[in-house]
Design a protein around this ligand. Sequence first.
Ligand code: CDT
Length: 315
Amino acid sequence: MSRIVTVGAAQLGPINRSDSREAVVTRMLALLAQAAESACDLVVYPELALTTFFPRWFLNDINEADHFYETAMPNEATQPLFDEARRLGIGFCLGYALRETDAAGQVRRWNVQTLVERDGTQVATFKKVHIPGHESNEPDRPFQHLERYYFEPSPDGFGVWNAFGGRIGMMICNDRRWPESYREMGLQGVEMILCGYNTPLHYAPDPSQDRLQGFHNTLVMSSGAYQNGTFVVGVAKGGTEEGVPSLAESTIFAPSGEVLARAKTTGDELVVAQCDLDWCRSYTGTLFDFDRYRRPEVYSRLTAQRGVVIDEASP
Ligand code: CDT
Protein backbone atom coordinates (compact mmCIF):
# COMPACT_ATOMS: atom_id res chain seq x y z
CA MET A 1 0.00 0.00 0.00
CA SER A 2 1.30 3.44 -0.93
CA ARG A 3 2.42 5.59 1.94
CA ILE A 4 2.72 8.85 0.04
CA VAL A 5 1.82 11.89 2.12
CA THR A 6 1.39 15.04 0.06
CA VAL A 7 2.37 17.81 2.42
CA GLY A 8 1.94 21.57 2.05
CA ALA A 9 4.20 23.93 3.99
CA ALA A 10 1.85 26.89 4.43
CA GLN A 11 4.27 29.77 4.86
CA LEU A 12 2.76 33.00 6.17
CA GLY A 13 4.02 36.49 5.59
CA PRO A 14 3.96 39.07 8.39
CA ILE A 15 1.09 39.34 10.87
CA ASN A 16 0.80 42.75 12.43
CA ARG A 17 -0.25 43.46 15.99
CA SER A 18 -3.48 45.00 14.75
CA ASP A 19 -4.44 42.00 12.58
CA SER A 20 -7.40 40.05 13.93
CA ARG A 21 -7.34 36.27 14.23
CA GLU A 22 -10.25 36.20 11.79
CA ALA A 23 -8.09 37.99 9.18
CA VAL A 24 -5.27 35.50 9.72
CA VAL A 25 -7.64 32.52 9.49
CA THR A 26 -8.92 33.92 6.18
CA ARG A 27 -5.33 33.84 4.87
CA MET A 28 -4.93 30.30 6.19
CA LEU A 29 -8.12 29.24 4.43
CA ALA A 30 -6.76 30.60 1.14
CA LEU A 31 -3.66 28.43 1.55
CA LEU A 32 -5.86 25.48 2.48
CA ALA A 33 -7.83 25.94 -0.76
CA GLN A 34 -4.54 25.86 -2.71
CA ALA A 35 -3.59 22.74 -0.77
CA ALA A 36 -6.82 21.08 -1.88
CA GLU A 37 -5.97 21.89 -5.52
CA SER A 38 -2.58 20.23 -4.99
CA ALA A 39 -4.25 17.17 -3.38
CA CYS A 40 -2.47 17.73 -0.07
CA ASP A 41 -3.12 15.34 2.82
CA LEU A 42 -1.51 17.62 5.38
CA VAL A 43 -0.89 21.37 5.68
CA VAL A 44 1.64 22.77 8.15
CA TYR A 45 1.34 26.35 9.42
CA PRO A 46 4.11 28.29 11.20
CA GLU A 47 4.91 28.82 14.88
CA LEU A 48 2.55 31.30 16.64
CA ALA A 49 0.55 31.44 13.42
CA LEU A 50 -2.50 33.24 14.80
CA THR A 51 -0.78 36.40 16.06
CA THR A 52 2.23 38.58 15.55
CA PHE A 53 5.45 37.27 17.17
CA PHE A 54 4.68 39.09 20.45
CA PRO A 55 7.84 38.06 22.40
CA ARG A 56 9.55 40.95 20.60
CA TRP A 57 7.92 43.30 23.12
CA PHE A 58 8.32 43.50 26.88
CA LEU A 59 5.21 44.01 28.99
CA ASN A 60 5.81 44.69 32.66
CA ASP A 61 2.58 42.88 33.55
CA ILE A 62 2.58 39.56 31.69
CA ASN A 63 -1.20 39.36 32.05
CA GLU A 64 -1.47 42.26 29.59
CA ALA A 65 -0.30 39.74 26.96
CA ASP A 66 -3.19 37.36 27.65
CA HIS A 67 -4.95 38.34 24.44
CA PHE A 68 -2.07 36.81 22.43
CA TYR A 69 -2.80 33.34 23.91
CA GLU A 70 -5.55 30.86 23.07
CA THR A 71 -7.38 29.23 25.97
CA ALA A 72 -9.05 26.51 23.88
CA MET A 73 -8.50 24.90 20.50
CA PRO A 74 -10.56 25.03 18.39
CA ASN A 75 -12.15 28.32 19.38
CA GLU A 76 -14.47 30.80 17.72
CA ALA A 77 -11.79 32.27 15.47
CA THR A 78 -10.22 28.96 14.38
CA GLN A 79 -13.40 26.88 14.06
CA PRO A 80 -13.76 27.82 10.33
CA LEU A 81 -10.30 26.37 9.69
CA PHE A 82 -11.16 23.13 11.50
CA ASP A 83 -14.48 22.88 9.65
CA GLU A 84 -13.06 23.57 6.18
CA ALA A 85 -10.10 21.24 6.66
CA ARG A 86 -12.40 18.41 7.69
CA ARG A 87 -14.74 19.12 4.77
CA LEU A 88 -11.77 18.92 2.39
CA GLY A 89 -10.31 15.86 4.13
CA ILE A 90 -7.01 17.66 4.81
CA GLY A 91 -5.16 17.42 8.10
CA PHE A 92 -3.16 20.29 9.51
CA CYS A 93 -0.61 21.36 12.09
CA LEU A 94 -1.18 24.74 13.75
CA GLY A 95 1.21 26.70 15.96
CA TYR A 96 -0.12 29.09 18.61
CA ALA A 97 0.36 30.36 22.17
CA LEU A 98 -1.64 28.42 24.77
CA ARG A 99 -2.61 29.74 28.21
CA GLU A 100 -4.15 27.29 30.65
CA THR A 101 -4.78 26.90 34.35
CA ASP A 102 -3.51 23.66 35.85
CA ALA A 103 -5.09 21.49 38.53
CA ALA A 104 -3.27 23.48 41.23
CA GLY A 105 -4.74 26.75 39.92
CA GLN A 106 -1.44 27.91 38.39
CA VAL A 107 -1.47 29.75 35.05
CA ARG A 108 0.77 28.00 32.53
CA ARG A 109 1.91 29.52 29.23
CA TRP A 110 3.12 27.33 26.37
CA ASN A 111 4.28 27.68 22.77
CA VAL A 112 2.47 24.79 21.07
CA GLN A 113 1.55 23.05 17.82
CA THR A 114 -1.64 21.00 17.49
CA LEU A 115 -1.80 18.21 14.89
CA VAL A 116 -5.22 17.48 13.42
CA GLU A 117 -6.05 14.42 11.28
CA ARG A 118 -7.99 14.50 8.01
CA ASP A 119 -11.22 13.57 9.80
CA GLY A 120 -10.84 16.47 12.26
CA THR A 121 -9.64 14.45 15.24
CA GLN A 122 -6.87 16.09 17.26
CA VAL A 123 -3.84 13.81 17.28
CA ALA A 124 -1.68 15.70 19.79
CA THR A 125 -0.64 19.09 21.10
CA PHE A 126 3.14 19.45 21.31
CA LYS A 127 4.82 21.98 23.63
CA LYS A 128 8.08 23.63 22.56
CA VAL A 129 11.07 22.12 24.36
CA HIS A 130 13.97 24.54 23.74
CA ILE A 131 12.90 28.08 24.65
CA PRO A 132 15.41 30.59 23.25
CA GLY A 133 16.11 34.22 23.98
CA HIS A 134 16.02 35.92 27.37
CA GLU A 135 13.90 36.17 30.53
CA SER A 136 13.87 39.89 31.24
CA ASN A 137 13.73 43.16 29.35
CA GLU A 138 16.96 44.10 27.52
CA PRO A 139 16.14 47.61 26.27
CA ASP A 140 19.44 48.04 24.43
CA ARG A 141 18.34 45.49 21.82
CA PRO A 142 16.54 46.83 18.73
CA PHE A 143 13.79 44.33 19.59
CA GLN A 144 13.31 41.74 22.32
CA HIS A 145 13.27 37.95 22.11
CA LEU A 146 11.45 37.30 25.37
CA GLU A 147 10.26 33.75 24.80
CA ARG A 148 11.79 32.78 28.15
CA TYR A 149 9.52 35.35 29.81
CA TYR A 150 6.37 34.38 27.94
CA PHE A 151 6.69 30.56 27.79
CA GLU A 152 7.66 27.63 29.98
CA PRO A 153 9.71 24.81 28.44
CA SER A 154 7.85 21.57 27.84
CA PRO A 155 8.15 19.04 30.64
CA ASP A 156 7.13 16.29 28.19
CA GLY A 157 9.85 16.25 25.53
CA PHE A 158 9.34 14.93 22.02
CA GLY A 159 6.58 12.55 20.98
CA VAL A 160 5.87 10.69 17.74
CA TRP A 161 2.31 9.75 16.76
CA ASN A 162 0.66 7.29 14.35
CA ALA A 163 -1.06 9.59 11.87
CA PHE A 164 -1.32 10.14 8.10
CA GLY A 165 -0.34 6.48 7.59
CA GLY A 166 3.06 7.01 9.19
CA ARG A 167 4.97 8.13 12.28
CA ILE A 168 4.67 11.90 12.69
CA GLY A 169 6.67 14.07 15.11
CA MET A 170 6.65 17.77 15.93
CA MET A 171 9.13 20.40 17.02
CA ILE A 172 8.96 24.20 17.15
CA CYS A 173 11.48 26.68 15.77
CA ASN A 174 14.54 26.68 18.06
CA ASP A 175 14.04 22.91 18.63
CA ARG A 176 15.27 22.44 15.05
CA ARG A 177 18.78 23.63 15.95
CA TRP A 178 19.35 20.82 18.49
CA PRO A 179 20.35 17.31 17.33
CA GLU A 180 18.70 15.85 20.44
CA SER A 181 15.28 16.88 19.10
CA TYR A 182 15.61 14.81 15.97
CA ARG A 183 17.24 11.84 17.71
CA GLU A 184 14.56 11.69 20.40
CA MET A 185 12.03 11.36 17.59
CA GLY A 186 14.29 9.13 15.49
CA LEU A 187 14.39 6.66 18.36
CA GLN A 188 10.58 6.54 18.23
CA GLY A 189 10.58 5.70 14.53
CA VAL A 190 9.67 9.13 13.20
CA GLU A 191 9.11 9.45 9.45
CA MET A 192 8.05 13.09 9.15
CA ILE A 193 8.82 15.99 11.51
CA LEU A 194 6.66 19.13 11.36
CA CYS A 195 8.31 22.39 12.46
CA GLY A 196 6.96 25.94 12.40
CA TYR A 197 9.34 28.84 12.99
CA ASN A 198 9.80 32.61 13.45
CA THR A 199 13.46 33.45 12.97
CA PRO A 200 14.48 37.12 13.06
CA LEU A 201 17.39 37.76 10.69
CA HIS A 202 19.12 39.91 13.32
CA TYR A 203 20.64 38.05 16.26
CA ALA A 204 21.64 40.68 18.82
CA PRO A 205 24.12 38.59 20.89
CA ASP A 206 26.23 37.93 17.74
CA PRO A 207 25.25 39.89 14.60
CA SER A 208 27.93 38.04 12.59
CA GLN A 209 25.33 35.26 12.40
CA ASP A 210 22.74 37.49 10.70
CA ARG A 211 23.92 36.74 7.15
CA LEU A 212 23.95 33.01 7.95
CA GLN A 213 20.32 32.57 9.07
CA GLY A 214 19.27 30.86 5.84
CA PHE A 215 22.37 28.67 5.77
CA HIS A 216 21.89 27.56 9.39
CA ASN A 217 18.20 26.89 8.78
CA THR A 218 19.00 24.53 5.93
CA LEU A 219 22.04 23.05 7.68
CA VAL A 220 20.18 21.86 10.77
CA MET A 221 17.04 20.53 9.12
CA SER A 222 18.91 18.83 6.29
CA SER A 223 21.30 17.15 8.75
CA GLY A 224 18.49 16.18 11.12
CA ALA A 225 16.53 14.64 8.25
CA TYR A 226 19.48 12.64 6.93
CA GLN A 227 20.91 11.50 10.27
CA ASN A 228 17.52 10.17 11.34
CA GLY A 229 16.14 9.05 7.97
CA THR A 230 13.07 11.26 8.16
CA PHE A 231 11.26 13.95 6.20
CA VAL A 232 11.37 17.39 7.82
CA VAL A 233 8.87 20.12 7.00
CA GLY A 234 10.08 23.58 8.07
CA VAL A 235 7.51 26.37 7.82
CA ALA A 236 8.24 30.05 8.36
CA LYS A 237 6.39 33.15 9.32
CA GLY A 238 8.63 35.28 7.16
CA GLY A 239 9.04 38.80 5.89
CA THR A 240 9.19 42.06 7.82
CA GLU A 241 6.75 41.92 10.72
CA GLU A 242 6.34 45.04 12.87
CA GLY A 243 9.68 46.30 11.52
CA VAL A 244 11.57 43.04 12.22
CA PRO A 245 12.79 41.14 9.12
CA SER A 246 12.42 37.38 9.55
CA LEU A 247 13.63 34.40 7.58
CA ALA A 248 11.24 32.80 5.10
CA GLU A 249 12.77 29.87 3.16
CA SER A 250 10.14 27.32 4.19
CA THR A 251 11.54 23.99 3.04
CA ILE A 252 10.60 20.33 2.79
CA PHE A 253 13.55 17.96 3.27
CA ALA A 254 13.80 14.30 2.26
CA PRO A 255 15.34 11.52 4.41
CA SER A 256 18.36 11.85 2.12
CA GLY A 257 18.84 15.39 3.44
CA GLU A 258 17.96 16.80 0.01
CA VAL A 259 15.68 19.77 -0.49
CA LEU A 260 12.45 18.64 -2.15
CA ALA A 261 10.76 22.04 -2.30
CA ARG A 262 11.42 25.54 -1.00
CA ALA A 263 9.50 28.82 -0.81
CA LYS A 264 10.33 31.42 -3.44
CA THR A 265 8.78 34.38 -1.60
CA THR A 266 8.73 35.89 1.89
CA GLY A 267 4.92 36.07 2.01
CA ASP A 268 1.94 33.72 2.11
CA GLU A 269 2.94 30.76 -0.06
CA LEU A 270 2.18 27.05 -0.23
CA VAL A 271 5.18 24.79 -0.80
CA VAL A 272 4.19 21.24 -1.77
CA ALA A 273 6.00 17.91 -1.93
CA GLN A 274 4.88 14.32 -2.30
CA CYS A 275 6.60 12.38 0.45
CA ASP A 276 6.89 8.60 0.14
CA LEU A 277 7.33 7.55 3.76
CA ASP A 278 8.90 4.26 2.65
CA TRP A 279 11.94 6.31 1.55
CA CYS A 280 12.82 6.58 5.26
CA ARG A 281 13.70 2.86 5.39
CA SER A 282 16.48 3.42 2.83
CA TYR A 283 18.31 5.19 5.65
CA THR A 284 16.89 3.74 8.88
CA GLY A 285 17.35 0.23 7.51
CA THR A 286 20.95 0.72 6.37
CA LEU A 287 23.52 3.32 7.44
CA PHE A 288 21.28 4.59 10.27
CA ASP A 289 20.07 1.21 11.52
CA PHE A 290 20.13 2.52 15.10
CA ASP A 291 19.73 -0.85 16.76
CA ARG A 292 22.71 -2.24 14.89
CA TYR A 293 25.11 0.68 14.98
CA ARG A 294 24.36 3.09 17.86
CA ARG A 295 26.50 2.90 21.02
CA PRO A 296 24.30 4.27 23.84
CA GLU A 297 26.59 2.69 26.45
CA VAL A 298 29.25 5.30 25.59
CA TYR A 299 26.82 8.23 25.25
CA SER A 300 26.03 8.63 28.96
CA ARG A 301 26.90 12.36 29.01
CA LEU A 302 24.03 13.11 26.67
CA THR A 303 21.48 12.81 29.45
CA ALA A 304 23.69 13.04 32.54
CA GLN A 305 24.88 16.62 32.03
CA ARG A 306 23.58 19.86 30.49
CA GLY A 307 26.66 22.03 29.85
CA VAL A 308 30.29 21.40 29.07
CA VAL A 309 32.26 19.69 31.84
CA ILE A 310 36.03 19.63 31.49
CA ASP A 311 37.83 16.87 33.31
CA GLU A 312 40.72 18.81 34.87
CA ALA A 313 42.43 15.53 35.71
CA SER A 314 42.71 14.53 32.06
CA PRO A 315 46.05 15.25 30.33
N1 CDT B 1 11.09 31.43 17.59
C1 CDT B 1 12.35 30.98 17.77
O1 CDT B 1 12.58 30.00 18.46
N2 CDT B 1 13.33 31.68 17.19
C2 CDT B 1 14.70 31.37 17.40
C3 CDT B 1 15.50 32.60 17.39
C4 CDT B 1 16.74 32.39 18.12
S1 CDT B 1 17.48 33.84 18.61
C5 CDT B 1 16.79 34.26 20.05
C6 CDT B 1 15.27 30.41 16.37
O2 CDT B 1 15.97 29.48 16.78
O3 CDT B 1 15.10 30.61 15.17
